[in-house]
Structure formats: structure tokens, C-alpha cells
Design a protein around this ligand. Structure first.
Ligand SMILES: Nc1ncnc2c1ncn2[C@@H]1O[C@H](COP(=O)(O)OP(=O)(O)O)[C@@H](O)[C@H]1O
Ligand SMILES: [Mg+2]
Length: 607
């Protein structure tokens, strides 16, 4: 392709909304342009790279025996209601009403459609296993679209769904996808880590995430130095802390006046203490988002005062969740500690006031007005004593001893690991380390969650009807692009892995107005094209300076530079973008040496 005839709008300035390096470089190198919040147009260079990523992912999926199909992005909402996922996704799911008043969703993934397809077509174990996939746009109305293509509202995902007869079969399908991911990411030139994203203990569940460590990642990887453990922050387990010995006999709890001082930091400053000596109490509830249920909850609290509404299994349940002041609640762990009951922070001040008898900010485990279940983090149970909210507006209470002033055992008491791992924590005795990363892919064992709800059943060899065991597997195509740039760059621009670079070779003609130079460059360009190399030929009527600047910015891995000076002694320059030194080669050998180098770089990335 001739530079003069393509469309590569490079720019110096980056828009203010470009927060991370890859986003800035994508705009500067003319790969993308923003259309609206979280939506982007991919220009020729950006799209060429995406197509290459798609090709690699497709090859690896096909190699692993998956079958490509295409399902609609626009899907009837009823399907999503059947599995309860319209509620789970909530406002993250785009909904469109058609002219008949029917609601459709713009698929954020496609479990429902794939499972329904299989439910209709697969009848016998003889048709299993089957693994179907698509590579298509997905839509998520992200609360906070960020970092350009890393968290956007429309993006391309490869999503695969496997259907098996047995757990062994599912494990085999899962492993095949896991291996295909390793190959695909390696071929895309990514360094990645694989982290546990869910425990593999319960009925067919289990998950791994493929994460590219880099500064602008939104995910946190937690790992031990020796590599024996790696999990995402949502999952990462911590060793329970040993119970602290009291240095002195702890006196009885005592109320302290803390006027208008509710936040942990403010209380610490006021009482000259540290967050780790505070007990943070948060009210969680099972109703998340449904107003009607909230009304019922409030009504019951007001009119019945207590217990009927506060336990597990009730229409509406509330929990007082206790973590140390320097810790954060991990909602995934919390849900697990509650046996899978879905909970969210109670966002109704009125309800919190009813339960605690105080304004928000003064909740605590002692003297709650309504006896709700206490969910206590291990590290709170391990405290010798702490300061907690007093359930009285503008008051805290000190010398609160877990086990003495509030129970650690009994009905409606749960003590569990419900917090995020933090600096200083260990797991199985080994120190936990933390790193930021971008999740580029995830594999899940789903078990029968969708097949039961959507009727994907088959007759086994004995003629008994059984639900399919499913797995689902996603790859964020655009995130591969972004993370490759996060990993490959310097102060002058992008440094592409050759496998996903928009072009493999850049031929730069330094003196376009010199016939001999232009002729030699043109000749090399043609030879490379004939050999099937993807070449960009910078034939623009510009001086060397700006051409070299663009060359660095675009980051094409192999560069051939043809200029008056070197051509005078019959040579051209051959250079890798990732290296600072160039070498001279004769004009005659230019094409063949370049091809050698291209093949060498490709070889490096083969899986
Ligand atoms: N908003 C987004 N923008 C770009 N890529 C995304 C976005 N959300 C998810 N992805 C990509 O799709 C893959 C599969 O999605 P999934 O695991 O269902 O998403 P999540 O991890 O957000 O729940 C992710 O691993 C990620 O690479
Ligand atoms: Mg994921």
C-alpha cells in the first residue's frame, strides 16, 4: 500500500479523554477515532490489526475443533428473562423496543441464544460434544467506559459455548479452549498470566482469566512470588489472621461522642486511632434494584419491626457486614459466604436508619435495633478490640471485643473470608503480591446453569434425559490490540508484534524527488509485494524527518530506508522498530534480507 493513497491521520495532540498509553497511541497513530462515549471507529490501520487478531483467534478456535456460526446481536429480551440475566446485567444491557412494542436486547454475550439453539437441535448424546462460537460485536452500557477500546460500550468478542455429556467431557472441552487461548495470545505477541477466577469446587464451575500485566489495567492480579498461586482480586483468598492478644484487660464498651464524624478516616483523626483498629459495618440486602421489593421491605420493617424480614430465605434479607476499617468488602466472597444469595449494598438511608436507629455512618454490631444477620470477616473476629459505630447518631463505641460484645457464633452469625486481599496478606503462608492487568480472555465451566433453564437436554446411552454440561469462553479482540500496545511502545510510538502489526514492513523513501532513490524504493516495494509481504511504502512528498517520526509512531516492525547517501554506495538501511541500530545491506539483497527478517520475527511468535 502506498502511504500517499491510504488514510492514516496521525496527530500530535491527544484528546483529553485518552487516559492510558494505548488509547493515546491509537489516536495519535491514526488507528481509531472516537464516535461517542465508549464507541470507536477503527481506521484502516486499526482495522487491519483487528482483522489479524481475529484471524489468529479464528485459526486457533478451528484448530481446537470449535465451529464458527453467527447469531444476531439483537435478541428477544424474553430469552434473557428466562435465565434471570436481564436482571443480573441490569442497566449494563442495552434494550431496544421494536415497532410492535417488543423488547430486544443488544447482546452483551450470547449464552441464551446458543443454548436455545442447541436445545432445539441436539437430541442425543451422539450429537455431543459440540463447541460453537462466533466473533461479533457485543454491547455493554458500561457504567464507566474507559481507556478507549479496553472498556468500551461496543466491542468485538469471540465467544464460544461448549456442550458436553459428562463432567470429563466438559473438562476436556475446557482444557481445549484453555490451550487454544494460550496459543492465540502467544501468537499475538502478548505476555500474559492465567489466574484463577472462581473456585473449581462446586458442580461444574471453575474459571480462569487470561490477564496481560500492565500499568493501566483495571484488574488486579494477586499472586505469590513462587507462582504457586495466582487469582484475580475478586477471588484471591487470604489466610485468616491470628487472634490478637489483648495487651491489657479491655474495659467495658464505652460510647464516645463523634459529632458529624462518620467516615473511617474522619473518626480515626478525631479519636487518634488507625483504620485497622476500627470495625466498619455495612448494611447489605438481597434486593438490588427492584423498587417494588424495596417498598415491601420498608413496609415490613416499619410495621413488623423485625425478624420476619431479616433472615436468609426471606422475601427480603438484610445483613450487617463487618470488615476492619482498613479493609474492603469483597462482594463475590460475601455472596459465596451467604451460600450464593445475591446481595448488594443497601442504598436506602431510611432502611439503614430503621435498622440501626442512627443516621448512616454510625452502624455497628452492638445494639442494632433490628437483629439482622452479622457477617463477620475473619480479621474482625481476630481483633482484640475495636471501635465501631454505636447505632446512635453522632456516637461511636470503643473497647468493642468480638465474641464478648457481639457474638462470633450462633444463629444468624457468619464468620468468613469476605474481604479483598491487601498488602501484607498471605495465602497458605506465602506473601501475596499485587499487579495491575487487562483481562483479555476468560474461560468458564458453567455446568448446567443455562441448559436446565433453557431446556438443552439430550438422551444418554441408556435413554435417560440429561441436561448438557456447558462451558463458555470469551476473548476481547479489541483488548488484545490495546494490550499489545500497552506492552510494545517507547516514547516515540508503538512497537508492534509482527503477527498483528497493520503492515509487516515499511519502506521509506527519503528523497522522493530523486529519481534514482524513488526508483530503488519502488523496486524494493514491488519485490516485497510480489513475495506476499505486507508492505507500506512511504512515497509521500515529505522530508525524511516527518517520515521517520511517523515511522516510529506507527511502529511497523521491519523498516527499509532508501536514501541518497547510502544508495550512493549501493546500499539501503534495514532496521527493526524495536532496535536502535540499523544495518546496511546492498540494494540487490534488500528484498531477500527483509523477507528473512520478517520470517525470523514471525517464527519468534509461532505457538
Ligand atoms: N467493555 C468491554 N470493552 C472491551 N472488551 C470487553 C468489555 N467487556 C468485556 N470485554 C472482553 O470480553 C471478554 C469476555 O467478557 P466477560 O468475561 O463476559 O466480561 P467481564 O469480565 O467484563 O464480565 C473479557 O475477557 C474482555 O476481554
Ligand atoms: Mg471476564
Amino acid at each position: 500500500m502506498r502511504y500517499s493513497q491510504t488514510f492514516i491521520p496521525t496527530v500530535k495532540e491527544v484528546p483529553a479523554d485518552a487516559e492510558c498509553l494505548s488509547h493515546k497511541l491509537m489516536v495519535r497513530a491514526g488507528l481509531i477515532r472516537r464516535v461517542a462515549s465508549g464507541t470507536y471507529t477503527y481506521l484502516p490501520l486499526g482495522w487491519r490489526s483487528l482483522l489479524k487478531i481475529i484471524a489468529i483467534v479464528r485459526e486457533e478456535m478451528n484448530r481446537a475443533g470449535a465451529l464458527e456460526i453467527m447469531v444476531p446481536s439483537m435478541q428477544p429480551k424474553e430469552l434473557w428473562d428466562k435465565t434471570g440475566r436481564s436482571a443480573d446485567y441490569g442497566p449494563t444491557m442495552f434494550c431496544v423496543q421494536d415497532r410492535h412494542g417488543r423488547m430486544n436486547v443488544l447482546g452483551p454475550t450470547a449464552e441464551e441464544v446458543f443454548t436455545t439453539l442447541v436445545a432445539g437441535e441436539v437430541k442425543s448424546y451422539k450429537q455431543l460434544p459440540i463447541n460453537l462460537y462466533q466473533i461479533s460485536p457485543k454491547f455493554r452500557d458500561e457504567f464507566r467506559p474507559r481507556f478507549g477500546p479496553v472498556r468500551s460500550r461496543e466491542f468485538i468478542m469471540k465467544d464460544a459455548y461448549s456442550f458436553d455429556e459428562t463432567m470429563e467431557g466438559l473438562h476436556k472441552s475446557y482444557t481445549a479452549m484453555y490451550d487454544a487461548y494460550c496459543r492465540a495470545f502467544k501468537r499475538c505477541g502478548l505476555e500474559y498470566v492465567i489466574v484463577e477466577a472462581e473456585s473449581g469446587e462446586m458442580g461444574g464451575s471453575g474459571s480462569h482469566q487470561f490477564t496481560v500485566p500492565c500499568e493501566s489495567g483495571e484488574d488486579t492480579i494477586v499472586f505469590t512470588e513462587d507462582g504457586s498461586y495466582a487469582a484475580n482480586l475478586e477471588r484471591a483468598a487470604v489466610d485468616p489472621l491470628a487472634r490478637q492478644a489483648a495487651e491489657r484487660k479491655i474495659p467495658a464498651p464505652e460510647e464516645v461522642h463523634t459529632p458529624n464524624i462518620g467516615s473511617i478516616d474522619a473518626v480515626c483523626e478525631f479519636l487518634k486511632t488507625q483504620p485497622k483498629d476500627m470495625i466498619k459495618t455495612l448494611i447489605y440486602t438481597t434486593y438490588t434494584g427492584k423498587d417494588e421489593e424495596k417498598e415491601i421491605g420498608e413496609y415490613m420493617a416499619l410495621h413488623h419491626g423485625q425478624v420476619p424480614l431479616v433472615g436468609k430465605g426471606h422475601h427480603v434479607a438484610y445483613y450487617a457486614v463487618l470488615v476492619r476499617g482498613d479493609h474492603e468488602v469483597n462482594e463475590e466472597k460475601l455472596v459465596e459466604a451467604l451460600g450464593g444469595e445475591h446481595v448488594g449494598l443497601c442504598d436506602r438511608e431510611r432502611m439503614i436508619e430503621l435498622m440501626t436507629g442512627a443516621k448512616v455512618g454510625f452502624a455497628g454490631p452492638v445494639n442494632l435495633k433490628i437483629a439482622i444477620t452479622l457477617v463477620i470477616d475473619h480479621s474482625v473476629a481476630a481483633m482484640a478490640a475495636g471501635i465501631a459505630g454505636a447505632n446512635k447518631t453522632d456516637y461511636h463505641i470503643k473497647n468493642v471485643v468480638p465474641g464478648r460484645d457481639f457474638p462470633l457464633e450462633g444463629d444468624n452469625i457468619v464468620v468468613a473470608d469476605i474481604r479483598h486481599a491487601a498488602e501484607g496478606d498471605t495465602y497458605k503462608g506465602k506473601k501475596l503480591l499485587f499487579k495491575k492487568g487487562i483481562e483479555v480472555g476468560q474461560v468458564f465451566k458453567l455446568g448446567t446453569k443455562y441448559s436446565v433453564k433453557l431446556g438443552a437436554k439430550f438422551l444418554d446411552e441408556q435413554g435417560a434425559e440429561r441436561p448438557c454440561l456447558m462451558g463458555c469462553y470469551g476473548i476481547g479482540i479489541n483488548r488484545i490490540l490495546a494490550s499489545a500496545i500497552e506492552l510494545g511502545n517507547d516514547q516515540n510510538g508503538i512497537i508492534w508484534p509482527i503477527s498483528i502489526a497493520p503492515y509487516e514492513v515499511l519502506v521509506t523513501c527519503v528523497n522522493q524527488d530523486d529519481k534514482a532513490v524513488a526508483g530503488a524504493a519502488e523496486n524494493i516495494y514491488r519485490q516485497l509485494l510480489d513475495a506476499g509481504v505486507e508492505v507500506l511504502y512511504d512515497d509521500r512528498d515529505l522530508r525524511g524527518g516527518p517520515k521517520f517520526k511517523d515511522a516510529d509512531l506507527l511502529g511497523i516492525p521491519v523498516r527499509v530506508t532508501v536514501g541518497q547517501k547510502s544508495l550512493a554506495d549501493g546500499s539501503v538501511e534495514l532496521k527493526l522498530r524495536r532496535e536502535s541500530q540499523s544495518r546496511k545491506i546492498t540494494v540487490d539483497q534488500a528484498a531477500s534480507k527483509t523477507i528473512e527478517l520478517v520470517n525470523f520475527l514471525k517464527e519468534e511468535l509461532s505457538a
